[in-house]
Design a protein around this ligand. Structure first.
Ligand SMILES: NS(O)(O)c1ccc(OCc2cn(-c3ccccc3)nn2)cc1
Ligand SMILES: [Zn+2]
Length: 218
């Protein structure tokens, strides 16, 4: 495979919202480019990023490596702007989306970029609430230093689970703290006073079936 290349803009005042299933940062970046690797000749543009986590740090990732789960997984969601006119249209095609998955390992060092997300969560405690992240966010900072990855053709992991995703899962995790994950679990799935915490929002891995898994040791 050709080398995977990415170019992102740094943006401030990105909107973060509580979807009821977790937090999501809307980051439509017409100036961003993800290309190469398993993406053929097409260019993919960043649309949003979000993450998945578990009730404890023993679980939470949506992919596992030799059966091992990580404490969480960040998804940087891109859509194919070479072939399609919108995210919604792209989500109807097998090469419509490209999602970069980054595993979370728990460590003692707080992740400064994730902390920019965590610091807004008290303002979006309930489903449907949103706010702007005052800090400058550069999506590149969420990526691990080692850029080796696995890739396969798969689906959205939440309904409608369209089979429209070229998955690119980085081998090297990034580190977050238990406290940062605890803050994720304090988001409420409800819009009203009733508190139903989003303690976990990951979909367990599904059978690989006859899908080919490829790797690149960048
Ligand atoms: N977790 S994940 O990275 O796999 C992931 C990534 C993106 C997702 O988008 C849901 C979605 C689908 N659509 C849609 C809109 C119009 C037509 C078809 C689909 N809108 N939002 C879900 C899961
Ligand atoms: Zn996801």
């Amino acid at each position: 495979m050709k080398k995977l290349t990415f170019a992102y803009e740094s943006q401030s005042d990105l909107r973060i919202l509580n979807t009821g299933h977790g937090w999501k940062v809307e980051a439509p970046q017409s100036g961003s480019r993800l290309e190469g690797g398993p993406l053929g000749e097409d260019i993919y543009q960043l649309e949003q990023f979000h993450c998945h986590w578990g009730e404890t740090s023993a679980e939470g990732s949506e992919h596992t490596v030799d059966g091992r789960a990580y404490a969480g997984e960040l998804h940087l969601v891109h859509w194919n702007t070479t072939k399609y006119q919108s995210f919604a249209e792209a989500a109807q095609h097998p090469d419509g989306l490209a999602v970069l998955g980054v595993f979370f390992d728990v460590g003692n060092e707080s992740n400064d970029e994730i902390e920019k997300i965590v610091s807004t969560l008290s303002e979006i405690k309930f489903k449907g609430q949103f706010t702007d992240i005052p800090d400058v966010i550069d999506p590149t900072t969420f990526l691990p230093s080692g850029l080796g990855y696995w890739t396969y053709l798969g689906s959205l992991t939440t309904p409608p689970c369209n089979e429209c995703v070229i998955w690119i899962v980085y081998k090297e995790p990034i580190t977050v703290t238990e406290e940062q994950l605890v803050q994720f679990r304090c988001l409420s799935a409800c819009s009203g006073e009733a508190e139903e915490f989003i303690v976990k929002n990951y979909r367990p891995p599904q059978p690989l079936g006859n899908r080919a898994l490829r790797e690149c040791n960048a």
